[in-house]
Design a protein around this ligand. Structure first.
Ligand code: PLP
Length: 397
């Protein structure tokens, strides 16, 4: 590819662009991870994370990608032969299911068409049927990154309660945390799984389990052998601000900065900004005459928009043209929708003008790749943004 001038437009749904402030924080010299100075940092990030997950319970931080935290949630609480209930929201729910299956866990997978979030009524119905309480956990992906659909976690909590079922509730917030409203304690989630490279605006390499007392008790009782992922050892050593093995020190510097940035903007403002950018993106898609993959407007993701390609046009060929001509990376279709959709990320370090630049790249890319569409998407996004209130970003009120 020819050298391209200016900043690359990274608009995949994570890893998201890293703010300069965070890059500078990460570039600090490494320190002794057994020193008093480290313990101060350790305590700051462990406490700070709780404000993002909205919990007063422990948040475990792993030097691992999100997949590690998925596995950690499973091996701490479940054993071979257990049954869990999951919903087929898309590719990531399917991958989490595969991990559970590899540990000999039976997954009751509520089928889905990848065009909506998990259905609280279907979950309630399955739990009501399970009179013997064989289902040990309900596991849901909050923001299905492969489809751009969010699941209604508060409603799923109500469904579990309405069924009077004691199953643990585990939620993957890898692509929703710090972008979409989320409340670990209020929604009585037992394990919240998350990762660093999306709403937290960090590089990949950290992942998280926020753990309720009920889940902690389940892990104490669970005899499945585990070591690296074990919560008990982690929480014991975290009490002093330390970790049981060498932590990703520089990513923790970045995490401290990310938490500060999120609170400076204010979480409600962060969530509202994501909603505004998503709404403008959907306005553009509509004006192009294309279709958003998520069919339920109430579940359309604030984080990313998956756009369906017109029949007989390959989304990956289109993405290649957009990258080569306009230096923009768009997300590929994954699993069942590979080649059929492309995904526009509008998460983390993103504001109105960054989004409009990206949408211009998408629209010019459509023309350059010969994909049938109407022009005017960027104009529609501009109108949507000017109707939807004050600009995004760190602007003091
Ligand atoms: N869950 C969701 C919703 C994701 O979006 C991803 C990655 O994009 C994962 C899990 C897997 O995380 P990782 O690739 O960091 O291992």
């Amino acid at each position: 590819m020819a050298t391209q001038q200016g900043r690359h437009f990274l608009h995949i749904p994570g890893p998201s662009p890293i703010p300069d402030r965070i890059l500078r924080a990460i570039a600090m010299p490494i320190i002794d991870h057994r020193s008093a100075e480290f313990a101060t940092l350790g305590k700051q990030v462990l406490e700070g994370c709780k404000t993002i997950f909205k919990t007063s319970q422990p948040v475990v931080i792993y030097p691992a990608s999100g997949t590690g935290a998925w596995e950690a949630a499973i091996v701490n609480t479940l054993s071979p032969g257990d049954t869990v209930l999951m919903a087929e929201t898309g590719h990531f729910a399917t991958l989490w299911r595969q991990i559970a299956a590899r540990f000999g866990i039976t997954v009751d997978f509520i089928p889905g068409d990848w065009r909506r979030g998990a259905d609280p009524a279907a979950i309630e119905a399955r739990l009501v049927e399970d009179k013997a309480h064989t289902i040990k956990a309900v596991m849901v992906v909050h923001n299905e990154t492969s489809t751009g659909s969010t699941s209604r976690i508060a409603e799923i909590r109500k469904a579990i309660d309405a069924a009077g079922h004691p199953a643990l509730f585990m939620v993957d917030t890898i692509s929703s945390l710090a972008s979409v409203d989320y409340r670990h304690d209020e929604w009585q989630v037992d394990v919240t799984v998350s990762g660093s490279q999306k709403g937290l605006m960090l590089p990949p390499g950290l992942s998280f389990n926020a753990v309720s007392e009920k889940a902690m008790a389940a892990s104490r009782a669970n005899t499945l052998p585990r070591s690296y992922w074990d919560w008990q050892e982690m929480v014991k050593i975290n009490a002093g601000g330390f970790f049981p093995y060498t932590p990703a020190t520089n990513l923790l510097y970045g995490l401290k900065e990310a938490i500060a940035m999120l609170h400076e903007e204010g979480l409600p403002a962060v969530f509202a900004r994501h909603q505004r950018l998503a709404s403008a993106t959907r306005a553009a898609v509509k004006a192009w005459g294309l279709e958003v993959l998520c069919e339920n407007p109430a579940e359309q993701s604030p984080v990313l928009t998956a756009v369906m390609m017109p029949p007989s046009h390959d989304a990956d060929r289109y993405r290649k043209v957009a990258l080569e001509k306009y230096n923009i990376s768009l997300g590929s279709g994954l699993g069942k929708v590979a080649g059929k959709v492309f995904r526009i990320g509008h998460l983390g370090e993103c504001n109105e003008l960054m989004l409009l630049g990206a949408l211009s790249g998408v629209e010019m890319g459509l023309a350059a790749a010969g994909v049938p569409h109407r022009s005017g998407g960027v104009m529609a996004a501009m109108s949507d943004l000017s109707e939807s209130g004050r600009p995004a970003g760190n602007i003091a009120a």
